[in-house]
Design a protein around this ligand. Structure first.
Ligand code: PLP
Length: 231
């Protein structure tokens, strides 16, 4: 087996163990392989090991990789998630080439993505990024802004609002990790109680996926534990 195949197996085992500890079914958590900075050959190794959903953060890097991998693998087998920060002058290629966008945090970006989503594609799956650890510099809307943003996004014809995403400041303190993830879950529950039907909590990375799964993550975004440490 390649290192990537071995690593993927280990990550899947961590997810299964965390799900068992949380009393959840292992199929309730999807694994997104975060392949930013890694070459197409590494993504292909992950595909050979059964992985089909990939997360990329940098548009310029992602587009040629997406094209090259799609040429090697039947396109229907792949799912592409844009997880990086959004800039309004770069929304069009994202709307054209990706299946999901995780970091929508402003109405203007959402409106552009909806307007630019090609008619022949299904609606673009969207998560709203929420800043749950309070840093002024971080992207993501404030928790008290999320309901208004959800109403705006939910009304856009070419977007499908799926859930919430967060990227908290790293901390080794598991109780603090869980508290932040719990904040996102509580926000999701409040939105669903207000009439939304959000099925996705995009939270948890290589170092904190267990805490995220304990708090209800449905999609974990894992880079380092699959592909190795980035430069
Ligand atoms: C890079 C990145 C990840 C993956 O982080 P790892 O610690 O390498 O698992 C997850 N989410 C986002 C938004 C990222 O930019």
């Amino acid at each position: 087996m390649t290192t990537i195949a071995t690593n993927l197996q280990a990550v899947r085992a961590r997810i299964a163990t965390a799900c068992a500890a949380a009393g959840r079914a292992p199929e309730s958590v999807r694994l997104l392989a975060v392949s930013k900075t890694w070459p197409v050959a590494d993504l292909a190794a992950a595909v050979d090991a059964g992985q089909n959903a990939f997360g990329e953060s940098y548009l310029q890097e992602a587009l040629p990789k997406l094209a090259a991998l799609t040429e090697r693998v039947a396109p229907a087998r792949l799912e592409w998630h844009f997880i990086g920060p959004l800039q309004s002058n770069k929304t069009r290629p994202i709307a054209e080439h990706f299946d999901w966008v995780h970091a929508v945090d402003r109405p203007k970006l959402a409106a552009r993505l909806s307007a630019q989503r090609p008619a022949e594609c299904p609606p673009l799956n969207v998560c709203l990024q929420v800043n749950v650890s309070g840093e002024a510099t971080k992207s993501g809307c404030r928790p008290d802004e999320v309901e208004a943003l959800a109403r705006t996004v939910g009304a856009l014809p070419r977007l499908r609002l799926r859930g919430l995403m967060t990227l908290p400041e790293p901390t080794p303190d598991v109780a603090a990790q869980r508290a932040r993830f719990a904040t996102l879950r509580t926000l999701r529950d409040a939105l669903n109680a207000a009439g939304f039907a959000l099925d996705t909590l995009s939270m948890g990375m290589s170092d904190d996926l267990e805490a995220a799964i304990m708090e209800g993550a449905t999609l974990v975004r894992i880079g380092t534990a699959i592909f190795g440490a980035r430069q």
